[in-house]
Design a protein around this ligand. Sequence first.
Ligand code: PIT
Length: 201
Amino acid sequence: MAAAAHPLMVGHALHSPSTRYTILEFIGEGSFGKVAKCRAHNSSKLVAVKILKKEYFQDVEDELSVLKTISSLNADHFNLVTFYEQFEYLGYKCLVFELLDVDLLHLVRSLNVNHIRPIAKQLMMALQGLKAVRVMHTDIKPDNIMMVNIDESPFSVKLIDFGMASPISAAMPGLRHQPIGYRYEDVTLNDLWVFGTNVCF
Ligand code: PIT
């Protein structure tokens, strides 16, 4: 089988036109594929590479168009994950991002009420940035909010995963706009879909 000829394994390298990324460990997995912690050969920088399966290639084009749109923003200022590059390698689509630390879902038990304000403020910045470029994330949840570096800057967070994001112009009543566990009751009940509250806050 062709797929078996190039397994994604720790120690293997993913080749982009500009460099190669050695897989150090797998740090995430989803229906789309995997996220690997990698070392970039040209800079020795650690990065996170999202490796997508072929079936998701159409979705990835939508995600890439959003990533391109938001790349006009200063990612650090707006608390958005920095996107470095994308490439195709042996039939996999690879998206390279800055390496972040741990997601809020894993930290939720150790956070206390004093942490809410600084985290909320940074998420407001993220929403302000997205609003400026007319993009809605539509999948904001603790899993998609990551600490930048818990030891160096304890409450610095960034928003990740634009896999569900789309231009605000594509928003339509009836589309799925929020992760189910965090969905407003009025959205669930198919009540009035209020632009500017449910979608953009
Ligand atoms: C991790 C660790 C990490 C970064 C990421 C995930 C980034 C994920 C991501 C996924 C996307 C996207 C932006 C960022 O559009 O350091 O587990 O689909």
